[in-house]
Write a protein that binds this ligand. Sequence first.
Ligand code: NAD
Length: 297
Amino acid sequence: MEFKRVMVAGSGVLGSQIAFQSAFFGCNVSVYDINDEAIAIGKERITKLIDIYAEFFKDEAKAKAAFDRISFSSDLAQSAKEIDLVIEAVPERVDIKQDFYQKLSAVAAEDVVFVSNSSTMLPSQFAEFTGRPEKFLALHFANSIWQNNTAEIMGHPGTESQYVERVTEFARSIGMIPFVLKKEQPGYILNTLLVPFLNAGLTLWAKDIADPHTIDKNWMISTGSPRGPFGILDVIGMETPYNLNRARAELDPAYGVIADKLKAEMIDKGKMGASTGEGFYTYPDPEYMKPNFLKQN
Ligand code: NAD
């Protein structure tokens, strides 16, 4: 059976995009958030996506129709009525997610499948709270879902394979390219590769071995990649790498040096990345995209 009625829990950065993407590809979507204020903010976020989808897919009518397929509620039982699938995109905190799954399992019908969009946690951390461990797995999207359309799919040891298959089909049906992992892995495929890569760049910078533009230029010329670690960091924004390195500093002070430098030289100066007009580069025309960048040093 296809999933056509989807509840998205959390209407933040990713939840709003997942809701719109699902509606754009024909699902009826109920968006749940914690209270009416959060719903109002989520609705505003989702409204802004109409233009983005209209332009990206060159189809204004379809983008407007997508918005009309989305309903909003801060009443969990109401949101969870007559749905096939719940996509959880609530904050990246174990206590919040556990509490959410417990409450959701009490109101969602038995046959509803739950998936988590968590970037760093594993489905096995939450399976026992879902009341349906065999119908629970991770479905992880990337930011700017309409263009960065990967969907990483990862079960825990108790997930039944038929649900992995159905979620994979669902991901395809909403325009994603699915990647099914054979086992649980923190960070999936993408972040297992990306996080150490970005941190290697940040380490070279924090140790004052080379400056960000030099590091990127070397990487780009040597490998033919369109961006180096600092160009990528600008797209992600400074918040996530700062939080990650700050948290890891408890285990290794070298991460603290990176966090301190990110704070002093970027965050405190308002250089939060591409979305704010300045990060390691200035936008909209970052130096690394200019033809001369790769021609000289
Ligand atoms: P966010 O902070 O932008 O949004 C979280 C939303 O959840 C908010 O609207 C908040 O009001 C709501 N919320 C808070 N408590 C809640 C509760 N108890 N029940 C329901 N909703 C609640 O966060 P985000 O960046 O969208 O991240 C959400 C999830 O998506 C996380 O698990 C994160 O790891 C994952 N994710 C984020 C990104 C990203 O680039 N931001 C990328 C991939 C995956």
